[in-house]
Design a protein around this ligand. Structure first.
Ligand code: SF4
Length: 122
């Protein structure tokens, strides 16, 4: 069976200046139209307590093989999501963080495409 991949955009509640230059929905729409992943979604703050619960609910049950999270620094993400991944029984390798802070819409799309191994349009 093909690997199921999901992309979450996490955006510090949408109020952090690091995400000012990008259009979240254009990013998500572009990547879902390209079918770069099986699904895309937006979460305001995955590192909050309810974000942890969301990740547990999303990942428990084995429907997601690879979860990409575009947002803050991947090393920070690994630390912040460790407990939720563990509780869901998902390996750390199943999560891949993508740094998109301080990028504009096109730059963020390119960074995500690179992480997904999708060729950037000329
Ligand atoms: S997980 Fe990262 S991008 Fe998401 S709200 Fe927390 S600090 Fe911001």
């Amino acid at each position: 069976m093909a690997e199921r991949k999901g992309l979450l955009l996490c955006v510090c509640q949408g109020t952090c200046p690091s995400f000012d230059k990008m259009d979240f929905f254009e990013i998500l729409n572009t990547l879902r139209r390209e079918q770069a992943v099986d699904w895309v979604a937006l979460h305001p703050q995955l590192c909050a307590e309810d974000g942890d619960e969301f990740l547990k609910d999303l990942l428990t049950g084995g429907r997601v093989d690879k979860l990409y999270v575009a947002g803050c620094d991947p090393t920070m993400q690994r630390k912040m999501f460790r407990d939720a991944l563990e509780a869901a029984g998902i390996s750390r390798e199943a999560h891949e963080g993508i740094e998109i802070r301080n990028l504009d819409t096109q730059e963020a799309i390119s960074a995500i495409r690179d992480a997904l191994g999708v060729k950037t349009e000329a």
